[in-house]
Design a protein around this ligand. Sequence first.
Ligand code: FMN
Length: 210
Amino acid sequence: MSAEHAFPERLLRFGHHEAIAVTVGERGEPHAAAMGVAPAGADIVMRPYLNTRTLRNIQAGSAVSLAFTHDSLVFCDVVLRPSRLRFRRGRSERVYVLDADVDLYLETVPRSVVLGDRVASVFLRVTDVYEGSRSYFPYSRANSMLIEALVYFTKLRALGPGASPPEGDVRGWLSALEYSISVVERLGTSELIECAEEVRRELEGMRVLR
Ligand SMILES: Cc1cc2nc3c(=O)[nH]c(=O)nc-3n(C[C@H](O)[C@H](O)[C@H](O)COP(=O)(O)O)c2cc1C
């Protein structure tokens, strides 16, 4: 491993990790979305679906900040309560960062975008790294499972209306979602359970479940 490659590979040592990506829209407004990221040599690769605002903003020239946190409530706000999100300018004027309970911020510049059939691979060059407010807490299954539930929830939400009856992948996503919510309900605090219930309520309003 060259010294240049060492940073992304050391930071993202388990391969695929979850981040909150903040991009800037055409009118200068920040936009946050949960996105998976992985090391790609000296860069970091992120794979947004083709129809995401995140990809549109990047294609229009936005820089990208990544926020890393273990706190599922931050993911919950990003996915379900975007109006609650607060942003501030990054260390570079070009980016906004999420103002939340975050361990580490990366400021990045997209170096290249490769379009696939369903997702794009966006290669990000890291330009700055600094710590956030950092909060230490031990591993919690309920916390991890809430993030897991949000992953499957966003997959189902992205299908839009008319994807019923559930079949194939969708059936698998629904049972993963049910299982993860059941762990949150069994082991989580009221804050975590409240988010899981919000997921359930939103799902009930989506035709995919009928
Ligand atoms: C933990 C987590 C990871 C996610 N990873 C990705 C991803 O790698 N690519 C993607 O397109 N959507 C991913 N999603 C779903 C998006 O965050 C969600 O659909 C988002 O609203 C789409 O992006 P947009 O708001 O920019 O349109 C993820 C969701 C969660 C909760």
